[in-house]
Design a protein around this ligand. Structure first.
Ligand code: ADP
Length: 267
């Protein structure tokens, strides 16, 4: 399993995107540097089910973007393409580098993908070992690995947890350690699948404050529309394998018909 991280960049809680494209495809939010570029991506599972249909999406540096849509819309399938776990027709670029089979190790260091279930990401005895796994496998010197682990744990508010046993932590703590395991790789983009799922209100609030502070480009799939409202200036709606809307969260949240059509509720 890959492990990946997030660096000390300048903070940006995200810029509102002025653009709303309903039933459109691929909406660059602004003219900045694209950290993620997906062009005309289509994918069918081996059983023939078409899960992505001509998806195009651009996310620029430091943008924080929510990915929403009903179950089965294709959100997870799209995320699995961003670090090459799945590969469809079309093109995916991360920080200017095309995702291809030959550069997967580099791509996986650039794309910090955090799965919905932290148990899929935590497999070492201690928190330190889990968070150190990626940097160690990058061949970094031990001192640098220690620094990265300390920084990643600090970023998720768990500085004192290095010696704790990963599997004895609460759901919220596990989720934050899972995020630290990718932050320690210094990724270009952090991709989170349902980060607030299964968290109690206090753990959810703690996670939201952490995410708000992360100075990194983020794409986050979620059903938690309050989270979207609070954290993400831009929202992308998927349904039936397509991007059906991409624009400023406030504007899309005000479109009751759009939300209802795609099985969403206002946050
Ligand atoms: P979401 O994350 O938005 O809930 P998914 O990306 O998980 O959606 O699924 C998109 C579509 O692909 C769904 O119709 C789902 O049933 C189908 N799908 C997901 N995984 C597989 C698979 N391994 N084989 C066949 N179909 C799949």
């Amino acid at each position: 399993m890959q492990k990946t991280k997030g660096g000390a960049l300048s903070n940006s809680v995200g810029r509102p995107s002025p653009l709303i494209v309903k039933n459109g495809n691929g909406t660059p939010a602004n003219d900045g540097v694209p950290t993620l570029l997906v062009e005309n991506l289509s994918f069918s599972y081996p059983d023939g089910h078409s899960a992505l249909r001509d998806v195009s999406l651009q996310i620029n540096e430091y943008e924080k973007v929510a990915l929403v849509g009903p179950n089965g819309a294709g959100k997870s399938t799209l995320m699995l393409h961003l670090n090459g776990i799945l590969s469809g027709e079309g093109q995916v670029e991360v920080a200017g580098m095309r995702v291809t089979r030959s550069n997967l190790p580099v791509i996986r260091a650039k794309v910090g993908l955090v799965f919905q279930n932290p148990d899929d990401q935590l497999f070492s005895p201690t928190v330190f070992e889990d968070v150190a796994f990626g940097p160690l496998h990058m061949g970094l010197p031990k001192g640098e690995v220690r620094d990265r682990v300390a920084r990643a744990l600090e970023q998720v508010g768990l500085s004192d947890y290095a010696d704790r046993l990963s599997h004895h932590l609460s759901a919220g703590e596990k989720k934050r350690v899972a995020i630290a395991t990718v932050l320690s790789m210094d990724p270009e983009i952090l991709i989170l699948d349902e980060p607030s799922a299964g968290l109690d209100p206090r753990a959810r609030r703690a996670l939201i404050s952490q995410l708000r502070e992360f100075p990194i480009t983020m794409l986050v799939s979620t059903h938690d529309m309050r989270l979207v409202h609070e954290l993400f200036p831009r929202m992308v709606i998927m349904d039936e394998g397509r991007i059906v809307a991409d624009g400023a969260t406030d504007a899309l949240m005000d479109d009751a018909e759009l939300l209802e059509t795609h099985g969403l509720e206002r946050g």
